[in-house]
Design a protein around this ligand. Structure first.
Ligand code: AMP
Ligand code: MG
Length: 498
């Protein structure tokens, strides 16, 4: 393995890594290098993420870049490692897991909201935590993770980012043989609820405290002066998680595998796998076809978010000191969720003020959507076109519903409610278009891009990336990307196999 010389005149010279995580005791990780992949090629890259870590656009096209972000060459200063963690999977204690196919290269300075960002390769080979896995990721799942990370960021939802995907013709076995890929993820930290659970269930109080102190020092320094910093930390993680759930619900995002090892202590959406965006509305929709019980169905996400915070609270109990103080920190969940959801729904429905009966008005609309299995995204986008003036037809919206009489009753109530608002229709409709995306990553869109990419045509990945960067814009030239799934895609199934 060659190490990129930081002095050499390569566009990657701007990247000099440190690794703060490596300052934790050695039991937290295994230092190891990525396993190279033969003849890697660049599939796609994200210029805004490159910019976040101080890389110029010119750096993205060089061989150096592809080699470095496949793990075939080490960047200057990187101290690659795989972290250990544990977790509850589908509600059951699963014991030790860990970075089975991810390797943290280190962290770099960023001009973005976070002063430092970690760079992690996913699919970069075996680690001591690979268990039965092969340490690899396939091109299909890497494209889904890459596009969704960038799409969620554009929707204004907290998420890990994706710098690039590199591919190789090396096959790995899934339900069928598929080619491997490496997706480079970027986030302030990839520490999970399960990282805390690991030390709690292994009865290692010193390590548990070291982890909490590390998280406080680097990510929540403002909480260190609190009378009980650990309680404050749990309260803040709980609040962020509740708000994240509200954001997911408000765009119809379903994560699919909300195990505690996939929950970020920074309140970020991480570990994209069998996720999906709600299309035909069904609050019981399950996007992960291996989730037979529907534990992670759309309707359950807020409850599971809370359950996961309780799992974190259990693990932090020895630090916080008492059950009462732990419960007090966890108790912020319901209010935080409700407040954020209320705010987001008011924005979606175009209401700048709040009235006692608004909740019921929203619920009635969702019940109508449920009955008609109306497309989540198209419905809210069509709602942006509804005008108070009753002579303007509401057809774009009405067309999406089966029971139009009941919808008309609802529309009358909605227009009466709009009359309480100061804003004119034009202002309201404009504001609603910034809360209700037109373009989301529909499974079929990802599938089309994946199939082309599997034939080495990466143009559709690039095109989707560009469209999803501006999800709220009309983009008339890309109207077809807002369409309902075609018949062939109605039964697309997504599983954990990635
Ligand atoms: P996930 O549900 O994808 O978040 O993965 C759960 C656990 O399985 C994590 O510890 C992953 O690192 C590990 N894992 C998933 N796929 C693989 C793979 N192909 N090779 C090694 N470990 C894997
Ligand atoms: Mg995971």
């Amino acid at each position: 393995m060659t190490v990129i010389d930081p002095q050499a005149a390569t566009p990657l010279h701007a990247l000099t890594l440190d690794n703060r995580f490596a300052s934790l005791p050695s039991a937290f990780y295994t230092a190891l290098k990525p396993t190279p992949l033969p003849s890697p090629y660049l599939v796609c890259s994200s210029a805004p993420v490159a910019e976040l870590i101080g890389l110029e656009a010119s750096a993205l096209s060089g061989d150096n870049f592809t080699e470095a972000f496949t793990g075939n060459q080490l960047l200057a200063g990187s101290r690659p490692l795989a972290a250990v963690y544990s977790g509850h999977q589908f509600g059951v204690w699963a014991g030790q897991l860990g970075d089975g196919r991810a390797i943290l290269l280190g962290d770099v300075a960023s001009k973005g909201p976070s002063a430092r960002l970690e760079i992690q390769l996913k699919g970069s080979g075996l680690t001591p935590y690979s268990r039965m896995g092969d340490g690899r990721a396939v091109l299909r799942s890497s494209i889904r993770e890459f596009l969704c990370s960038e799409a969620m960021a554009a929707l204004g939802i907290q998420t890990s980012r994706a710098l690039c995907i590199t591919g190789s013709d090396q096959y790995v076995m899934r339900e069928k043989p598929e080619t491997s890929a490496v997706v480079t993820r970027v986030a302030p930290s990839f520490i999970r609820f399960g990282s805390f659970e690991h030390w709690y269930y292994n009865n290692k109080p010193e390590e548990l405290q070291a982890l909490a102190d590390f998280v406080l020092e680097h990510y929540y320094p403002e909480l260190r002066e609190d009378a009980n910093p650990y309680q404050a930390l749990l309260g803040e993680v709980t609040r962020r998680t509740a708000e994240l759930m509200a954001h997911w619900q408000a765009v119809g995002f379903m994560h699919g595998v909300m195990n505690t090892d996939n929950m970020s202590v920074l309140g970020l959406t991480i570990d994209y796998g069998p996720f999906g965006f709600m299309e035909a509305y069904d609050e019981g929709h399950i996007c992960n076809h291996t989730d037979s019980q529907g534990r992670y169905s759309y309707r359950m996400q807020p409850t599971i978010g809370h359950w996961n915070c309780h799992a974190l609270g259990q693990a932090m109990l020895p630090l916080i000191g008492s059950v009462e103080d732990t419960q007090a920190a966890l108790s912020v969940y319901q209010d935080s969720y409700k407040r954020k959801m209320d705010e987001l729904l008011h924005r979606k429905f175009g209401l700048a003020t709040s009235e006692a009966a608004d909740g019921e008005l929203f619920d009635r609309f969702f019940a109508l959507m449920q009955e008609s299995h109306a497309d989540f995204t198209q419905t809210f986008r069509a709602l942006c076109k509804v005008q108070r003036d009753s002579s303007v037809p509401d057809e774009p919206l009405r067309d999406l519903f089966i029971d139009r009489n009941t919808l008309d009753v609802w529309l009358n109530a909605y227009k009466e409610r709009l009359a309480f608002e100061d804003r004119c229709d034009e202002q309201r409709m404009q504001a609603m278009r910034t809360a209700n995306p037109k373009y989301i990553l529909r499974n079929y869109l990802a599938q089309v891009a994946i199939e082309k990419a599997e034939n080495k045509d990466f143009s559709e990945v690039e095109k989707l990336l560009q469209i999803l960067r501006s999800p709220f814009d009309e983009q008339e030239e890309h109207e077809a990307y807002a369409d309902l799934p075609p018949d062939w895609a109605l039964h697309l199934e997504v599983s954990c196999s990635s």
